[in-house]
Design a protein around this ligand. Structure first.
Ligand code: GLN
Length: 480
């Protein structure tokens, strides 16, 4: 077994007991990256040229290689959000999550590819070319955090971070066959995350086991006065319970979703996991989410685009990144910078967001969407009076071929149906691996959703499921 194949908890144990050195682990991961990166394109920027900075920390992650999605600010290291508009921008400060990981001893191997400003679900809307799915390099890895998911799936690193505004951790986790957690809104500081939809954005981890997610959450789930949404007045506890079971727990399926079409392998996985849950002592019930199943997609895109249009106003060629020197007026400069700097998906969302919030239409669209959002949160709150968790798909289908969805933007938006309601209500969602389907050997993931602040219980429920499904294999990235 090579060192790059070890899960995070095994890496930590091996380093602490001096079974191997941080340098040996680093070399193993680096060789893995060198072997596969030309096939996968998971990185925008590599920082693994050497053990690149002195890290004196004696923290739990001492010597553990990791990757960060390229919308997480890293002081002095290029951060692009996969956009040309940020050019060679090097942030003057680091995201809180990176400070926490670094202070625990983590080593940065690079900044990973994503859909530009996190808008998309294929990792194809990037100014740096698409990332490929390491399980089948003709397919998308999912998005927007596709680079981090691919890096963990291909064995570049034992864990990585992404962000999730409407599914961007859970969907690529499921497409790449790894675990991904979108924490409760406020559980992880957003300070230093390049904003997309600020009321929806949340940072979270990818790893190859649930226990690994628990280790990372225990490092990054800290109160941060620099994020006004950060939790306060309690201490989260992400202790791994190896004996976790679901005795006495209720797990709900959503009545309305059962009429929606799912690919066969996902349907089969739902059946299998239902049996697993029952064998762990859970009772399967049904909840009804009529507003969510009908209106969540429209509500999410109205809000996400409105917030994005405001958040992206700041990229004007004056303060950050790309600029032009020879404009004859400020207006010309803004126009040229923004026309060239943003990709087409970002531009169309900025325009849509401008229309949705324009004074004469604002009540009809933006304000209406905020009201629907309240109904959605209430509908979930009602459901969680009846159940402990909700089981549902992450996506209705397996990862598409690269380019397959490009023609049909609306279809792309609709595939987020199962992930984005969670962000609208600020809930935690765990995307977990269930196995490989028979036809193309692609990984199949499902999702377990908990009530607000139940992240810790949610992960231990994941431990109970993982006992039956096992961990994913490292994907070969097209190299036999
Ligand atoms: N696909 C969704 C969107 O494009 C979600 C993206 C995300 O979570 N960042 O908005």
């Amino acid at each position: 077994m090579e060192l790059y194949e070890l899960n995070l908890y095994e890496v930590i144990e091996g380093l602490q007991n001096k079974k191997f050195s941080a340098q040996e682990l680093f070399n193993s991961c680096k060789n893995r990256i060198n072997l596969l990166e030309k096939n996968i394109n998971a990185f925008i920027t590599r920082t693994d040229e050497n053990l690149n900075y002195k890290n004196d920390s004696d923290g739990i992650l001492k010597g553990v290689p990791t990757v960060l999605k390229d919308n997480l600010c890293t002081q002095g290291i290029k951060t692009t959000a996969a956009s040309k508009i940020l050019g060679e921008w090097k942030p003057p400060y680091s995201a809180t999550v990176w400070n926490l990981l670094k202070d625990s001893g983590a080593i940065l191997m690079g900044k990973t590819n994503m859909d530009e400003f996190a808008m998309g679900n294929t990792c194809g809307n990037s100014a740096y070319g698409p990332t490929k799915n390491p399980n089948d390099i003709t397919r998308v890895p999912g998005g927007s955090s596709g680079g981090s998911a691919a890096a963990v799936s291909a064995g570049y690193v034992p864990f990585g971070l992404g962000s999730d505004t409407g599914g961007s951790i859970r969907q690529p986790a499921s497409y790449c066959g790894v675990y991904g957690l979108k924490p409760t809104y406020g559980m992880v500081s957003r300070y230093g995350l390049i904003s997309y939809g600020s009321s929806l954005d949340q940072i979270g981890p990818f790893a190859r086991t649930v226990r690994d997610l628990q280790i990372i959450m225990s490092v990054i789930a800290q109160h941060d006065p620099k994020d006004s949404g950060s939790f306060r007045n309690f201490t989260p506890n992400f202790t791994h319970d190896p004996d976790a079971n679901l005795k006495g727990k209720k797990i709900a399926l959503v009545k309305e979703f059962q009429n929606f079409t799912l690919d066969e392998p996902i349907l089969n996985a739902m059946q299998n996991v239902k049996k697993i849950l029952e064998s762990e002592g859970a009772e399967i019930i049904e909840v009804s989410l009529p507003v969510i199943s009908r209106y969540a997609v429209a509500c999410y895109y109205a809000l996400a685009m409105s917030e994005a249009h405001t958040n992206l106003e700041r990229y004007d060629g004056v303060r950050y990144g790309y600029t032009v020197q020879d404009a004859t007026s400020l207006k010309e400069m803004f126009e040229r910078v923004r026309s060239y700097g943003f990709g087409s998906e970002v531009k169309s969302r900025i325009i849509a967001g401008t229309c949705l919030t324009e004074p004469s239409r604002c009540d009809e669209y933006y304000v209406a969407a905020t009201k629907v959002r309240t109904l959605i949160a209430q509908e979930f709150a009602q459901a969680f009076k009846q159940t402990d968790f909700i089981l549902q798909p992450v996506t209705p289908s397996l990862p598409p071929k690269i380019g397959e969805l490009d023609e049909d933007e609306m279809k792309g938006y609709e595939t987020d149906l199962y992930t984005l309601p969670v962000n609208l209500a600020g809930l935690p969602g765990l995307s977990f691996f269930t196995g490989y389907e028979n036809k193309n050997n692609l990984p199949v993931g499902l999702q377990l959703i908990g009530s607000r602040w139940s992240d810790s219980e949610l992960l231990n429920a994941g431990v109970a499921i993982e006992r039956h499904t096992g961990s994913p294999k490292i994907a070969n990235g097209g190299v036999k």
